[in-house]
Design a protein around this ligand. Sequence first.
Ligand code: B12
Length: 141
Amino acid sequence: MALRPAALLSVGFLLLLTPGGLSHKGPASVPIRVSVENDLSNMTPESYSSSVVEGGVLLGALRRLQETETDFKFTMKEDPNFGLFVESVNGVAGNEQEQTYWEILSESSREYTRLEVGVGCYTPAANEHIVFRFSTWTSEQ
Ligand code: B12
């Protein structure tokens, strides 16, 4: 049976009245965990919960974390070729002379995988565990 124009209009109004019916909800939020490890300075590891918008980059989660957690802070510098390089986390900065830097890893079942891009490009998956580990680099890296 074909719906008459009046009936179609009523259905349209009902959809508009339904909570969230035709409204644009925006992208979903994806939870992630962020840990900070610094064995070089013998610091207690810290773990935080954050989130990115679906398809969003890790940088978004770090910014959100910095806004909500008083004990999490980070700084970055911009590289002309590769984008954003994390210089310091929680007040500890990498050092050219000492060959230290913040390595970024993804942990799953105690397996650590080094991210292949920086925080401005990496898209975390839901419930991913990102680890910032203060590390030393060698000239081969
Ligand atoms: C050496 C090196 C490093 C050294 C740099 C130390 C130093 N002072 O030399 C260290 C170990 C610190 C490093 C770290 C990382 N690196 Co690196 N690195 C390199 C490598 C092998 C050579 C760079 C170089 O010396 N070029 C010669 C000099 C003369 O040129 P330059 O422009 O001055 O080099 C600078 C930039 O390359 C910068 N840099 C190095 N790595 C990275 C990574 C990012 C994301 C940024 C923004 C800048 C940057 O540091 C160099 C010295 O200042 C390149 C591979 C390549 N072929 O370029 C990868 C490379 C640049 N690194 C890469 C990555 C992914 C990382 C990390 C994110 C790895 C990780 N998961 O931790 C981290 C950065 C984390 C953070 N804190 O933000 C990727 C970048 C890919 C991308 N599209 O983003 C590359 C291309 C390797 C790859 N996967 O193929 N890296």
